[in-house]
Design a protein around this ligand. Structure first.
Ligand code: GCU
Length: 385
């Protein structure tokens, strides 16, 4: 090999070795005991303008994906629906279409898909849920959704990627893909939205995503990462969702427990924060803030201590600083009900009420900014600039 050839290789190696990693290891990140300031820039300055926020938001998003969930799988534009059957429902009159959705150039990712639309003039706002692996949404809830003029789209996250360490679905289609299940499932929501956006009966400006528990964590991540989503509505999503990592209640799930039992939901890098959560450069209020200025509602249950209700109020308050900054104070809401871990009729009605308020300016039936725990001190000292 010529001298020039060798020096080019050496230069290449030097360049590769001096490229700094874009994100330091947890031990090299500063310890921050309070909820980190989402307005803080890398140079120590703070965001002052909305256009600065737009830029900074991208950095926050990359950081959350890098450390916590992993990147979403590669985008594929090919999403095809294969109709199976349809039936007319009554009370109220509506149409339920049963389809198989195939995703990807090779159509090697697929999910069952049900679309229920009111029997009236569209286009309809739509609510997307990925939870049919747990059973279809109950008929009285479907009736309520349709009666209120919304379409309901149901698919199965678990077909997009199995809820286990098995590398099926997205993982079989993209063997090098390293993100966790929550990122893969969020991508599934996005692909179903690709399909919904091709339908004339769907109002593309009024797309809502919801999900329960692990489905709620997914819905929040989906809403934070796709600006086509107008309303993001995680239910009882807790740890890794609307809950807080730094502020824990006695019986709530924390990073060590969730990673021990369900580590494959996250990127393997997230493990470095077990026992050093103060080094995490964000908390879940930051993920919520990425939804702003689009609408965000988290529905919570007072008896669901595992999902950290008080910690969820903490992330709500901190995220609201960003909504305030963006002139979207009324776009963020939180609702607590009595009872335990489920997404039941009351949660769906609350979601519909919030959606009616956001999309159609209907008088809110509830004060969505009411603090359930008014005496709980804030766990951050910074303010909206
Ligand atoms: C487990 C897990 C929770 C999750 C829940 C669910 O309890 O620890 O984080 O929210 O399952 O998805 O039902």
């Amino acid at each position: 090999m010529s001298l020039i050839g060798i020096s080019l290789i050496l230069l290449g190696m030097m360049a590769a070795s001096v490229t700094p990693p874009s994100f330091p290891e947890a031990v090299n990140l500063p310890a921050v005991t309070e909820l980190p300031d989402p307005f803080l820039l890398a140079n120590g300055d703070r965001v002052h303008t909305r256009s600065q926020w737009r830029e900074h938001r991208k950095t926050l998003l990359s950081s959350i994906l890098h450390y916590e969930y992993g990147e979403l799988p590669p985008h594929t534009r090919k999403v095809t629906a294969y109709p199976k059957s349809e039936r007319h429902l009554t009370n109220p009159d509506s149409l339920e279409q049963d389809m198989l959705i195939k995703i990807g150039e090779k159509e090697n990712i697929q999910t069952r898909f049900f679309l229920t639309t009111p029997d009236s003039e569209g286009p309809f706002p739509v609510i997307v849920t990925g939870d049919i692996g747990w059973g279809r949404i109950k008929p009285e809830i479907v009736s309520e959704v349709v009666r209120r003029g919304f379409a309901l789209a149901e698919f199965s996250r678990e077909e997009i990627a199995p809820d286990s360490a098995v590398r099926g679905g997205v993982y079989a289609a993209f063997p090098d893909y390293e993100g966790g299940r929550l990122a893969a499932w969020a991508w599934g929501y996005h692909r179903l939205i690709d399909y919904l956006c091709t339908l004339p009966q769907i109002d593309k400006s009024k797309i809502t995503v919801t999900g329960h528990s692990r489905g709620g964590k997914t819905a929040l991540l989906a809403g934070a990462t796709d600006e086509r989503i107008a309303l993001t509505a995680p239910n009882n999503s807790g740890c890794g969702g609307a809950g807080c990592y730094r502020y824990q209640e006695e019986k709530s799930e924390d990073i060590a427990i969730i990673l021990k039992n369900l580590g494959y939901w996250f990127h393997p890098r997230f493990h470095q924060f077990i026992g050093s959560i103060d080094h995490l450069p964000f908390d879940q209020h930051t993920l919520k803030a990425l939804v702003a200025p689009r609408a965000l509602l988290s529905t919570e249950a007072l008896g669901d201590l595992w999902a950290n209700p008080k910690g969820t109020q903490q992330t709500y308050r901190a995220a609201k600083e960003v909504f305030d900054f963006l002139g979207a104070s009324n776009k963020i809401g939180i609702h607590f009900r009595e009872g335990g871990h489920e997404q039941g009729y009351e949660d769906w009605k609350t979601l519909l009420n919030f959606a009616d308020y956001q999309f159609f300016n209907k008088e809110p039936t509830y004060d969505f900014q009411r603090l359930q725990f008014p005496d709980l001190p804030k766990v951050y000292s910074w303010k909206s600039p």
